[in-house]
Design a protein around this ligand. Structure first.
Ligand SMILES: Nc1ncnc2c1ncn2[C@@H]1O[C@H](COP(=O)(O)OP(=O)(O)O)[C@@H](O)[C@H]1O
Ligand SMILES: [Mg+2]
Length: 224
C-alpha cells in the first residue's frame, strides 16, 4: 500500500501573498507569510467574513495571489462545512470507491477501505447508507475519502459548524489522532471561529483585518 506521498512531510509556504476579489480595491489578505513545514494540527481562527475561506482557496489553488508567491508540495484534500454538499454516493463504500484514484486489485481496494474507515473511527460502516449517518460521521467519511485518495494535507473549512457537541469532539479527536501519527505524515489546517476548539491544535494563528498572525501555542493564544 505504499505510495509516493507516504513518507514526505507536506509543506506550504506563502511569500508576501496579497489578494483581493476582482473589483475590490482593499486587500482581503495582506502580505501573508503563512508557513507550515512540520507535520501537525494547525488552526486559523477568524470572525465571519475575515477571509478564512479565501485563505483556503489560495492554498488549494482555486484562486491566485494578486501579488506574492505560494510554494507547496502538499497533496491537498478538502473538508467543507456541510458534508451533504460534498458526499456524492449512497453508501460509505461507494463514496470511498469514487475517491480511490488508482488501478489496484479488489483485495487491495477492500483493505484500503477498511483501513481508512478504521482511521476515522468508523470500523464496520462500509455498507451503511449515507443518509443514516450523523453529521459527525459524514464529516469523518469525507476525511476518510481524503485519506483513501492519498492526500497528505487536509484543509477543513469550519467542519464542525453544523455539528452537535459530541460529533464536534469526535471530528476534532479524529484529526488530532491522524496528525499525530508519524508513520504516515499528515497535516491538517482547520479553520474555525470557535475558540474552544483551539486546545486541540499544535499551533494557532488569527486572521484579522487582512493580517494573519504568526503561529502561537494554543495555551498562550489571546484574541487581538
Ligand atoms: N467570490 C467572491 N467575490 C467577491 N467577494 C467575495 C467572494 N467570496 C468572498 N467574498 C468576500 O470576501 C470576504 C471574505 O470572505 P470569506 O473568505 O468567505 O470569509 P470567511 O470564510 O472568514 O467568512 C467577505 O466580505 C465576502 O463577502
Ligand atoms: Mg468561510
Amino acid at each position: 500500500m505504499r505510495d509516493s506521498f507516504e513518507n514526505e512531510i507536506p509543506h506550504i509556504n506563502f511569500q508576501d501573498v496579497s489578494f483581493s476579489y476582482p473589483g475590490e480595491k482593499e486587500n482581503l489578505i495582506f502580505k501573508c507569510n503563512l508557513s507550515i513545514k512540520k507535520q501537525g494540527f494547525w488552526m486559523v481562527l477568524g470572525k465571519n467574513g475575515s477571509g478564512k475561506s479565501t485563505l483556503l482557496k489560495l492554498i488549494n489553488g482555486i484562486i491566485k495571489p494578486k501579488t506574492g508567491f505560494i510554494h507547496s508540495n502538499a497533496n491537498i484534500g478538502m473538508v467543507f462545512q456541510n458534508p451533504d454538499h460534498q458526499i456524492l454516493m449512497p453508501n460509505c463504500r461507494s463514496e470511498l470507491l469514487i475517491n480511490i484514484n488508482q488501478n489496484i486489485s479488489q483485495n487491495e481496494i477492500n483493505k484500503k477501505i477498511q483501513y481508512v474507515l478504521d482511521q476515522v473511527g468508523m470500523t464496520g460502516f462500509e455498507k451503511r447508507p449515507v443518509h443514516t449517518l450523523s453529521g459527525g460521521q459524514k464529516q469523518r467519511l469525507t476525511i476518510a475519502s481524503a485519506l483513501i485518495s492519498n492526500r497528505n494535507f487536509i484543509l477543513l473549512d469550519e467542519p464542525t459548524a453544523l455539528l452537535d457537541k459530541t460529533s464536534q469532539l469526535k471530528v476534532l479527536q479524529t484529526i488530532k489522532n491522524l496528525t499525530s501519527d508519524h508513520k504516515k505524515p499528515l497535516s491538517a489546517l482547520w479553520i474555525t471561529h470557535r475558540y474552544e476548539e483551539l486546545t486541540y491544535a499544535d499551533a494557532v494563528a488569527e486572521l484579522k483585518n487582512g493580517f494573519l498572525s504568526s503561529w502561537q501555542e494554543p495555551s498562550k493564544f489571546h484574541y487581538n
